[in-house]
Design a protein. Sequence first.
Length: 532
Amino acid sequence: MKSAEQFDVIIVGAGIAGLYMLYRARELGLLARVIEMASDVGGTWYWNRYPGARCDTDTMEYSYSFDEQLQQEWEWPERYPSQPEILEYLQHVADRFNLRPGIAFNTRVDAANFDEASNHWRLRTGDGTELSARFLIMATGCLSEPNIPAIEGMDSFNGPIHHTARFPHEGLDFNGRRVGVIGTGSSGVQVIPVIAERAAQLTVFQRSPQWTIPARNRPVDPAAVAAVKADYPGFRAHVRTQPGGDSASTTVNDFSAMSVGAEERKRIFEERWQLGGSSFYNSFNDIKRNPESNDATADFVRSKIREIVKDPATAELLCPDYTLGCKRGVIDHGYFETFNRSNVLLVDISAAPIEAVTPDGLRTADADYALDIIVLATGFDAMTGALLKIDIRGRGGQTLREKWADGPVNYLGLQVPGFPNLFTITGPGSPSVLSNMVVSIEQHVDWITDCIRYIVERKHSSIEATEAAQEAWVAHVNAVANDSLAVSCNSWYLGANIPGKPRGFMPLVGFPPYVEKCEEVVAKGYEGFVLT
Ligand code: FAD
Ligand code: N01
């Protein structure tokens, strides 16, 4: 790359968001460049190569809707596609729309400074190269910065230690090995059953048990696929009207769990449990709002755990006691069954925390565990981690780190006052991780594209959210969150998984009202923004 290369738009990240943003920017006739630190496209699906990685959004929905021919031609094999299948799809998209020439791979953005004299962003990459652009679009991902816990002695371990989101491309041979997995979130729940099948011994270090529902993955039903493809635009439009931007919500039983008798409630839960997937959470319309309904649902799931897991002490350790649906919903592929295997041991590190990694394994407060491989399924510095890793400086040299010292603040999850012409795709304060993310990404990319077109056509030099708009928006995001049960436990939505991270609910609940608000802002001539 040449020094101080000039672009109209620079996009950071070549995941689902960055690829689509590049496609749209080119449509506008803008000179655009994507900067990506990985060696290929895919983002999440490039990095998370742990065995068992797959998505939990139905296959016909977790895909781009912007090109009719693409969605007609692409064939998904299963209800929940695996990481290699999604990566292959994104590679296909990059090739099909000739996106690769617009992407600088193996290049990390380290700093971005707003130059007030020229209204341009100046970027510095890992190798010291400088680039400049009028618009800077962060497609850096909500779940892209791994959370690597600072455990004493990590460097002393004799074997490999890998985070699930930084898994080796060539894979890891677990055969005959003693493996330790730390973490039982979505990644842990996926990787644990697969490692258990291969390893000599698997020790699972659990800090919090997990609410999880059987996925019941299966090959796609050709008749259902044909029905969707007969009117894919209509299907997409319908999905966008749903609270989570996915059709799982369409199957909600629109009555309270408390409005039916105990036997009928159990029958409905059982029906949904057998159906599998996240539609279980829609067995009734108030599971995530009404504490009584939530308790009844939790009791049902705990009864299932006790039914599946044969050793009563292990079953009790696996039974969560915090609000169901408070952390991100998880669906699994034989998770609880795995703990019936003779080569699997569950260790409760909430009672006896991990003290150190030793050359031969892991030491907790009450025992030593001999291990050959350690897998960190410890999640992400979510929503703000990747953004704050970059030294972003806006008007007056103010850093984003200073601006967000007490937690992320912005307007619509799209723009931060003081940082003109900088947009965040699925930023905090937008539905993002509480929705089907492809739907949210497309909505943001389309909004940003229209906004840039508007600015260019009217010959404005910059757009910047106002402090007043930010204040009102942050208050709104908090009010909506406080109205749900999602704030009642420690989760990464609140930043609670990262030591020292300010606590605050980051995403916005509810996709359709958010879209309405975004459209209203545009209809009112970009209300809440200053166009210069
Ligand atoms: P990402 O895919 O995270 O891409 C961001 C890119 O930015 C990365 O490639 C990264 O390398 C790059 N980048 C970051 N910082 C820099 C920098 N400083 N310089 C250069 N490059 C940088 N969502 C769902 O809706 N449904 C699912 O079923 C689902 N399953 C998931 C499963 C897993 C294992 C994980 C981790 C997440 C899952 N998600 C799911 C969320 C998922 O992250 C999104 O669906 C989507 O892939 C995000 O795309 P993105 O382009 O916004 O971000
Ligand atoms: O991360 P997590 P994840 N010592 O934060 C534990 C998406 N995703 O990678 O709960 C010991 O959920 C932590 O314990 P606790 C999805 O959005 C989707 O699993 O904090 N343990 C927890 O058990 C998901 O929500 C899929 O007490 C430590 C685990 O590690 C998001 O990504 C698949 C620890 C981390 O769980 C993140 O999921 C994968 C420490 N220091 C990911 N630090 C799909 O299926 C953390 N833990 C769609």
